[in-house]
Structure formats: C-alpha cells, structure tokens
Design a protein around this ligand. Sequence first.
Ligand SMILES: O=C(O)c1cc2cc(O)c(O)cc2[nH]1
Length: 112
Amino acid sequence: MPFIHTMTNLPIPEETEKRLKAAYGEAAALIGKSENWLMLRFEDSCRLWMAGSGEPAAMVQVDLYGKAAPEAYEAMTARLTAVLEKELGLAPGRVYVRYAQTPYWGWDGGNF
Ligand SMILES: O=C(O)c1cc2cc(O)c(O)cc2[nH]1
C-alpha cells in the first residue's frame, strides 16, 4: 500500500493526470507494490519554491508499508523523474523524490 503524493507548481491538465496515474501504477512494481493498493494524490499549481527559484519544480513523496531495497528506490526515482519530465517537461534537477517506510499501516479498520 504505497501512497504517492506529487506536488508541483505547474498545472496538471486532466488528461496528463490520467497518464501520470497509469505510469505511477506501473512504477509501483519497481518497489514491489501493486497498483491494486496504490493511492495517489496530485497537487498542482502549488506555491513551490526550490533553491530560491519558482521555476517549474516537483516534490514527490512516496510512503510505503514495509521496505524496499536501495536499488528498488534508485529505479523508482529514475522512473518517476522520467515520467514527470515526459508528461510535464520538468527538468530532473528540479524534482525531489522522498521515501518514507513504515511498519504501521492501517486499512479497513485495522493494521497490517
Ligand atoms: O501494498 C502493500 O504494501 C501491501 C498490500 C498488502 C495486502 C495484504 O493482504 C497484506 O497482507 C500485505 C500487503 N502489503
């Protein structure tokens, strides 16, 4: 059950968001997760600044139950960054990707 929260100062048109959703669904496999448990939030047109600049940028936060291997996170960062470059034209150097692992994850009224 990963949760991926993408914040960007760019607008995300509806059709682009659908493509991002599909691409993230595939990318989840890189950290051993299934789209069946994937929750996404896209927050566009944010007041986001990076290195003192308001040029296009994005922050992607990936929360997951359990853990994944360092190589899996490396592959995930490469994929998410490439997807954002393709779909939004974001320069890779303007994208942060942060991972947070937790052994505590609740669903359907109980914890796994
Ligand atoms: O996506 C996960 O991390 C995930 C889904 C899922 C479903 C399930 O029934 C489990 O026991 C663990 C689990 N992890």
